[in-house]
Design a protein around this ligand. Structure first.
Ligand code: IMP
Length: 178
């Protein structure tokens, strides 16, 4: 697994520190408000678990799953909900927690879909942002790190379902995905 990694971009410590900072920001913004968080399966699972623990305040946790890249490293452009919420989000403060925004197609589709269900507010928190690859205009409300246009894995992020359990974020060797 390690031999497929070109270099470590963010260490476990760097990720932990940034997740803590994001949690402080979010905590301040939602003070005194009920909060429903939605973790997007499966890439955000590590980030989500760490973020909600750092939030250290009452909140609800729920999950959604969206279609991913499968075994390719670029999006097909089509987004599909594979697992939907059973909960009514109308009149609630909703925060989507996602691993990475790349072309923006997934989150722009998801926020449109969830906004049509009339939440009181809807915001997005992404650990990674790859602005160079954007195809639609989308900006998350909270961003952990801006990353260059390279394929990253670890801390929940995969390539063909591998590398999710790395503790750090690594740049994948191009020969693995090209
Ligand atoms: P978007 O719809 O192109 O913004 O893609 C979002 C999804 O693509 C993320 O939730 C990831 O599953 C996947 N993705 C995009 N870039 C990477 C990457 O560098 N590593 C791993 N997954 C990625």
């Amino acid at each position: 697994m390690q031999s497929d990694i070109k270099k470590v971009l963010y260490s476990e410590e760097q990720i932990k520190k940034r997740v803590g900072e994001l949690a402080q920001e979010i905590k301040k913004d939602y003070e005194g408000k009920d909060l429903l968080t939605i973790g997007i399966l499966r890439g955000a699972v590590m980030f989500y678990a760490d973020l909600v623990r750092e939030l250290d305040r009452p909140l609800h946790m729920n999950f959604m799953a969206l279609s991913s890249y499968g075994i390719s490293s670029s999006s097909s452009g089509a987004v599909r909900i594979q697992y939907d919420l059973e909960e009514d989000i109308s009149n609630k403060h909703v925060l989507i927690v996602e691993d990475i925004v790349d072309t923006g197609l997934t989150l722009s589709y998801l926020t449109k879909t969830l906004n049509s269900r009339n939440p009181k507010t809807l915001k997005t928190c992404c650990l990674f942002d790859k602005p160079a690859r954007r195809k639609v205009d989308f900006r998350p409300d909270y961003i952990g790190f801006q990353v260059p246009d390279v394929f990253i894995v670890g801390y929940g992020l995969d390539f063909a379902e591998k590398y999710r359990n790395l503790k750090y974020i690594g740049e994948l060797m191009p020969e693995v995905y090209k």
